[in-house]
Design a protein around this ligand. Structure first.
Ligand code: KIV
Length: 513
C-alpha cells in the first residue's frame, strides 16, 4: 500500500454549498490558485450541473489549474455527468465525481428506489462517466448508515464499472473514529477487487469528529482524504485540511504517511477563505486560530523561552506564520518588506510588489506596528481596486450629541456622486448614504466587524453580505484603520460584485437569444 495520502479539497464544492459561503467566479479562482500552489492533489471545483455560474467556475478552474486534478461533482444522472465532462474539457487532469445514496433511509424516503435499482444506476453512471475520463470517483452517500454488506456490493459494482476512487462519506457526521475505522477495514477485507481502487474518506463534523474520523479511516487503509480549508462545509462543516495535513505531518511517527502539501501555505489559504466567505475561525481553532501558537501562562512562557520544544508540537513557521510577528513599521524599507512576504509564503512580481509596497507604507504612516495579519489584509484588498464603485471620500459626524451624519462621495462607473445622510448611528448613516447613491433591491444579511490585530490602532476588517430578491448572495470586504471607512469599503465591494453579477446575467441573456 502506498504511503502517500491524496488530499482532495472540496472547499469550492461542499464548502461553498454551506449557507452564506457562496463565492463569485473571481473569488473561486483566487481559492483554486491558492490550493494549486499549496500542493492539493485534487480540487473539487464545483457541481457543474447546479447552475450556469457553477459550470463556468468549473470550466475556468479547469483551464488555469497547472498541477492538481480538477474535479466536478455529478449526481447519478446522465445529464449531470455529461455537463461535468463538458465543464472539465480544458482540464489537464479531469475527474468526474458521481454519487448516489446507499442507506435504506435514503433509498426508501428520498430516492424511492430498491437496492437492486441503485446497483444498476451505479453500473450505468460509472460506465457513462468512464467514456469521458479514466479518472472517475464514485461516492456512496450516507455510507455510514448503510447496511455493510449492501455497501460492499455497491462499492464492488462501482469498481467493476471502472471507478478508480471509491469514497465512503459520513454524510450526516454520525460515525465515531472506532466504527468509521472498522467500516473502512471491513470494506478492505470484504470487497472483491478493492485493491484496484483508492479508498477515500469524506467526513462531516456534526459531532466534532470529522478530523478524527478521517484519520481513523486513513489508519484503516484509506488513501484519499476529502477536506476543506478551515473545515467549512454543509452544517457543522467537513474535516479541515489544515488539521488533517498537520496531524499526518506532526505524527509521522504514528502514521508513517506523507502528503504533497507545502504546509507553509496553510495560513495564507485560511486567511483567504476567511476573508472571502466572512466566516472567521474561532480564536482557539486548531492550527489557524489566533491563539493556536499563543502561550499565555507563565509556566508555558518560561518553557518556550528556554526551548520552544517544551510546549510546541509544531512551529508557527511550518504553517506559514512568522515567529516574530511584530516586525514592520514606517521605517521598514523594500528589502524588509520583501523578506517579510517571503517569510509568510507570498510571491509577487515586481510591478505588483511596488503597488503593495506603497500601500504598506501608507498604512505604516497611520499605524505603528504592522503585523502579518495586516499584510494579508492589504493583499486581500488588492482585487477591490478594479471595482466599478470606488470610495472617493467619507466624513462622519458622530458621538453622543448627535445627529450622526455621513458625507459621502463615491465614483460609480467613473462618475463622482455625492450625498449627505443622517442615520441611527454612524454605520447606519454610511449605509444609507451608499444606498442613496447606488440604489438597489438587495437586503443586508450580515454586517460583521473584526479587529485584525490587538492594538487600538488595529485595522478593522468588515464583511457585508447582501442577498438579492432572487436569493443570490454576495460577500463584500473592507479593511481600514477607520472602522467606518472599512464598513463603507465592504458595502461598496459587495455592491460592485452585484453589478458584476447583473452584467454577466445580461450577457448570458443576450447570448441565449
Ligand atoms: O457528504 C456527502 O455525502 C457528499 C458526497 C456527495 C461526497 O458530499
Amino acid at each position: 500500500m502506498t504511503s502517500r495520502i491524496i488530499i482532495f479539497d472540496t472547499t469550492l464544492r461542499d464548502g461553498e454549498q454551506s449557507p452564506g459561503m457562496s463565492m463569485n467566479l473571481e473569488e473561486k479562482l483566487l481559492v483554486a490558485d491558492a490550493l494549486d500552489a499549496m500542493g492539493v492533489d485534487v480540487i473539487e471545483a464545483g457541481f457543474a450541473q447546479a447552475s450556469e455560474g457553477d459550470f463556468q467556475a468549473v470550466r475556468a478552474i479547469a483551464e488555469r489549474t497547472r498541477n492538481a486534478v480538477v474535479c466536478s461533482l455529478a449526481r447519478a444522472k446522465p445529464g449531470d455527468i455529461e455537463r461535468a465532462a463538458e465543464a472539465l474539457k480544458p482540464a489537464r487532469q479531469p475527474r468526474i465525481h458521481t454519487f448516489i445514496s446507499t442507506s435504506d433511509i435514503h433509498l426508501q424516503y428520498q430516492f424511492r428506489l430498491t437496492r437492486e435499482q441503485v446497483l444498476e444506476i451505479i453500473r450505468d453512471t460509472v460506465t457513462l462517466a468512464r467514456r469521458f475520463t479514466d479518472n472517475v470517483e464514485w461516492s456512496a452517500m450516507d455510507a455510514t448508515r448503510s447496511d455493510r454488506d449492501y455497501l460492499c456490493k455497491a462499492v464492488e459494482t462501482a469498481i467493476k464499472a471502472g471507478a478508480a476512487t471509491v469514497n465512503i462519506p459520513d454524510t450526516v457526521g454520525y460515525a465515531t473514529p472506532a466504527d468509521y475505522g472498522a467500516l473502512i477495514a471491513y470494506l478492505k477485507n470484504n470487497v472483491p477487487g478493492i485493491d484496484k481502487a483508492v479508498i477515500s474518506v469524506h467526513c462531516q463534523n456534526d459531532l466534532g469528529l470529522a478530523t478524527a474520523n478521517s484519520l481513523a479511516g486513513v489508519l484503516a487503509g484509506a488513501r484519499q482524504v476529502e477536506c476543506t480549508i478551515n473545515g467549512i462545509g454543509e452544517r457543522a462543516g467537513n474535516a479541515s485540511l489544515e488539521e488533517v495535513v498537520m496531524a499526518l505531518k506532526v505524527r509521522k511517527d504514528l502514521f508513517g504517511l506523507e502528503t504533497g502539501i507545502d504546509t507553509t501555505h496553510i495560513m495564507r489559504a485560511s486567511k483567504l477563505v476567511q476573508s472571502i466567505t466572512g466566516a472567521m475561525v474561532q480564536v482557539n481553532k486548531a492550527i489557524v486560530g489566533a491563539n493556536a501558537f499563543a502561550h499565555e501562562s507563565g509556566i508555558h512562557q518560561d518553557g518556550i523561552l528556554k526551548n520552544a520544544l517544551t510546549y510546541e508540537i509544531m512551529t508557527p513557521e511550518s504553517v506559514g506564520l512568522s515567529r516574530n510577528n511584530l516586525v514592520l513599521g514606517k521605517h521598514s524599507g523594500r528589502h524588509a518588506f520583501r523578506e517579510k512576504l517571503s517569510e509568510i509564503g507570498i510571491q509577487i512580481g515586481d510591478n505588483g510588489f511596488e503597488e503593495v509596497f506603497h500601500r504598506f507604507k501608507a498604512l505604516a504612516d497611520r499605524k505603528k506596528d504592522i503585523y502579518d495579519e495586516d499584510i494579508y489584509a492589504l493583499l486581500d484588498m488588492e482585487s477591490a481596486k478594479s471595482d466599478a464603485i470606488q470610495l472617493e471620500s467619507l466624513h462622519i459626524t458622530c458621538g453622543t450629541l448627535g445627529p450622526q451624519t455621513a458625507m459621502l462621495a463615491l465614483r460609480v462607473d467613473g462618475e463622482v456622486r455625492r450625498v449627505t445622510m443622517e442615520g441611527n448611528g454612524p454605520v447606519d448613516a454610511v449605509f444609507k448614504a451608499i444606498a442613496a447613491l447606488v440604489p438597489h433591491e438587495a437586503r443586508l444579511k450580515l454586517y460583521q466587524v473584526n479587529a485584525i490585530t490587538m492594538d487600538t490602532d488595529a485595522q478593522a476588517e468588515v464583511t457585508v453580505r447582501l442577498e438579492t430578491p432572487e436569493g443570490r448572495i454576495v460577500n463584500g470586504h473592507g479593511a481600514n484603520i477607520d472602522t467606518l471607512a472599512a464598513s463603507a469599503l465592504a458595502y461598496i465591494n459587495a455592491l460592485s460584485k452585484l453589478k458584476m453579477l447583473e452584467s454577466s446575467r445580461k450577457i448570458h441573456l443576450t447570448e441565449a437569444r
